[in-house]
Design a protein around this ligand. Structure first.
Ligand code: GLA
Length: 391
């Protein structure tokens, strides 16, 4: 018996050392992060609830700006921007791990689709046929439905053409996903230039007519995420009119002048200067003045203490200006807790609920046509308030 035990243990030792030898021959795991180019690296960001691997890409420019984007939701998770003393902080709300994005993110930095903002009654008629969508905001559809583009896994193609880092994300949204007709092939490309621009290019094609309205839902705080409210940020929006909403935040269908109302940001003004007069805070679509070129300046925001300045340009006809009204301090992200008004968004878009407003710019994409949208968030420092007022 004893001899047998000795034999078994010797045998298993041989087996074990054999398998250790086999393990040690297996290549070591790739370093985390993996440096793909001098200014672009890739990090493992964990697995989503479906067990799929999520990757995070870090793009850097020559002025110390850093943007992080991940395959889950083609989401911008971090954006580090220097102030006038060259101190960089993260100026978008977000998390440093995947789980909170899946469980509690109110679209922080996400790509929103197939249709940004609300569709009243979660239904629409297209070419005589009625379509029913997934309601996820009272009886309306918000930001593409229950599992919109923000909760999908995108494929990534990193590149650094001409030394400029970019990541192209692609996603195929299947026919009838969340109730929308047509297979929609979508791409979203983030590029970080040495001119301190974060450029986002969207392209989409379909095999059946479908509504489409894509945007990015970055929550900005130019003082730094989690630092303070944005009520003292100065804002100018290049709009003479806006689309008023009902109590469910659905546009009532009119386009009204901003002049003489709390919506008048045609001259720079503190976000907080008249916010009290707007029930809940700003959460409205501004109708942008038509520009000369393809991309027009939509808005400029300055945080006076750091001097950080954001200029937004877009090809879209509207912008949703939202002041983080639904943040309530319960979410803790990078930089701390996020109470009400701790961020603003400038979501480039066609007007919300356009599928019910025939006179507004159309959101219907047809086979053979290509949807294109470009939005640029450009950063600078030390814009003098006085100069800016007179520009
Ligand atoms: C958009 C909407 C808001 C809100 C946020 C996300 O900005 O207009 O009403 O739903 O998204 O919380």
């Amino acid at each position: 018996m004893r001899t047998l035990k000795v034999l078994i243990s010797t045998f298993s030792t041989i087996l074990l050392s054999g398998s250790f030898a086999a393990i040690s021959k297996v290549a070591p795991p790739p370093p985390n992060p993996v440096q793909l180019f001098a200014n672009l690296s890739k990090t493992d960001f964990g697995k989503d609830i479906h067990g799929e691997k999520v990757d995070l890409y870090t793009l850097e420019n020559s002025n110390g700006m850093i943007a992080k984007v991940m395959t889950y939701g083609a989401t911008l998770t971090e954006l580090r921007v220097p102030d006038k003393r060259r101190k960089s902080v993260d100026i978008v709300l977000g998390f440093d791990s995947l789980k909170p994005y899946e469980e509690q993110s109110p679209y922080f930095g996400a790509t929103v689709g197939r249709f940004a903002n609300r569709i009243a009654g979660a239904k629409f008629v297209l070419d005589g046929k009625e379509y029913f969508l997934a309601p996820n905001n009272a009886h309306n559809t918000l930001h593409g439905g229950i599992r919109g583009f923000d909760k999908r896994l995108w494929k990534a193609e990193p590149s650094n053409e001409g030394g400029v880092p970019s990541v192209k994300f692609t996603y195929l949204s299947k026919d009838m996903e969340e109730g929308f007709p047509g297979n929609l092939t979508t791409s979203v490309t983030y590029t970080l230039t040495n001119d301190n621009e974060l450029k986002i290019d969207y392209v989409a094609t379909t095999d059946q007519p479908t509504p489409i309205n894509l945007t990015n839902h970055a929550y900005f705080n130019l003082a730094g995420a989690g630092d303070e409210s944005v009520l003292h940020h100065l804002v100018r929006i290049n709009a003479d009119s806006f689309t008023p909403v009902d109590k469910e935040l659905i546009p009532v269908g009119t386009i009204e002048p901003v002049k003489g109302t709390p919506f008048d940001f045609s001259e720079p003004r503190e976000i907080g200067s008249e916010i009290e007069k707007v029930k809940g805070g700003y959460d409205h679509n501004f109708v942008l003045r038509p520009g000369k070129g393809e991309s027009k300046e939509a808005a400029v925001v300055v945080e006076p203490i750091s001097g950080r300045t954001l200029t937004m340009l877009t090809t879209e006809p509207g912008v949703q200006f939202y002041t983080g009204n639904f943040l309530d301090g319960t979410i803790r992200g990078i930089g701390g807790f996020y109470p009400k008004n701790y961020a603003f968004t400038l979501e480039a878009q066609h007007f919300p609920d356009s599928v019910h407003q025939d006179s507004w710019p159309t959101t219907i994409l047809r086979p053979g046509r290509t949807y294109k949208q470009t939005t640029i968030y450009k950063f600078s420092q030390g814009v003098s308030h006085a100069n800016w007022l007179h520009n």
